[in-house]
Design a protein around this ligand. Structure first.
Ligand code: FAD
Length: 333
């Protein structure tokens, strides 16, 4: 294992916030993880992946844990499916790349989403009509309190839109060490989202779909290697049917983009933000991304305060104009 003290977290978060951690500890096995949990049982703990869904708002006065476990293996197969177990520290896109090379389908629509396997099962990452929960069979964890292993079935993870039990009731209580996916040996293409069908071409292979997804994402989203961001900063709000009717009357516009959803009507936060005139605008070093207003970027050495202030100003304007609360998807630390 590697333990460093008083180190900058700049390389460990995609927003590129230059904050410090009291201790940074990287483990290479579940045994080492257990050792660290015992050693630092009285410290504040934060397990990170690539830090692509985090906003560090200040120095972290505790222990940041990171996994250097990065293997994947086939654990079972039958005529139609293959079960792959991946370790938490493997970069999700590297896993997807390998699977596509082998012609294994199920995760190609999730191509190019930053982050590691462990966090993807916390976040239930999703893109182009597919979510991690569609392919996750089980999640292996270690309890922070006593180091015991607990396996969660897909149902026990209580997955929802960018949500799981690990973000709610069990927040901070379990570290995901392995994820088992059930994937298809035969391509089951999901092309009904956006312009994916057009971009992927006629009778695409799993690799064609992966490449199409990456092309589309590159047109709309900042590359983490070039521009600091945490992807979509806000969740899309879901409002009641009554609230939606009220809104169309209030702003005298029935062309508000909306999607029927269990429990109400989903309104794209990007549309609300753009209507408030924020697309492309900056506040300090932070910017509402010019190609996709749902994304906030570190345009010019933004401080945590710049990002927090920009997010707050956007939320306030959306609330004042539409009466709708929008909330960050990104974790403030
Ligand atoms: C440019 C860009 C585009 C993006 N596009 C998408 C997208 O299309 N769809 C989407 O869903 N997301 C997207 N995201 C968000 C992000 O990629 C995902 O949320 C991703 O799962 C975060 O992974 P990470 O490894 O960086 O996790 P981190 O940001 O490091 O951590 C996220 C959370 O998971 C916890 N965590 C991390 N590892 C573990 C573990 N092993 N066990 C328990 N808890 C853990 C952390 O404590 C934290 O609460 C995008 C981000 C960026 C920067």
């Amino acid at each position: 294992m590697t333990i460093k003290e008083n180190i900058s977290l700049l390389p460990y978060n995609t927003f590129r916030m230059d904050v410090k951690a009291k201790i940074f500890a990287e483990y290479s096995s579940v045994e080492e993880l257990r050792e660290l949990l015992t050693r630092y049982k009285d410290e504040r703990l934060l397990h990170i992946g690539q830090g692509s869904n985090l906003l560090f708002t200040q120095d972290f006065d505790g222990v940041v844990l990171h996994s250097a476990m990065r293997r994947a293996r086939c654990v079972s197969e039958d005529a139609d499916y293959v079960w792959i177990e991946a370790e938490n520290g493997l970069v999700l896109d590297e896993l997807i790349d390998q699977l596509c090379d082998m012609g294994i389908s199920g995760m190609e629509n999730l191509s190019h989403i930053p982050g590691e396997v462990g966090a993807s099962a916390v976040q239930n990452v999703g893109a182009y009509g597919v979510e991690a929960k569609d392919v996750i069979e089980t999640v292996r964890t270690v309890a922070v309190a006593d180091g015991k292993e607990r396996v969660f079935t897909n149902a026990e993870c209580r997955y929802g839109y960018r949500d799981s039990i690990f973000k709610n009731e069990l927040r901070g209580q379990y570290i995901i060490t392995h994820v088992v996916y059930r994937l298809n040996k035969h391509l089951k293409a999901q092309l009904d989202y956006g312009n994916l069908r057009g971009e992927a071409g006629q009778h695409p292979t799993v690799t064609d779909i992966r490449e199409a997804v990456i092309r589309i994402r590159r047109q709309k989203l900042p590359e983490v290697s070039e521009t600091g961001s945490a992807g979509s900063f806000f969740k899309n709000p879901i409002i009641s049917h009554e609230a939606y009717e009220r809104l169309t009357r209030q702003i005298r516009d029935d062309r508000i983009p909306h999607f029927e959803q269990e429990g109400g009507v989903k309104i794209p936060a990007a549309w609300l933000i753009e209507q408030c005139g924020w697309k492309g605008r900056t506040l300090g070093g932070a910017q509402c991304y010019e190609k996709q207003p749902l994304v906030l970027v570190n345009r010019n050495n933004a401080t945590p305060e710049d990002i927090v202030n920009l997010a707050a100003a956007i939320c306030k304007d959306v609330k004042d104009r539409f009466g709708i609360d929008i909330h960050p998807e990104v974790n403030y630390i």
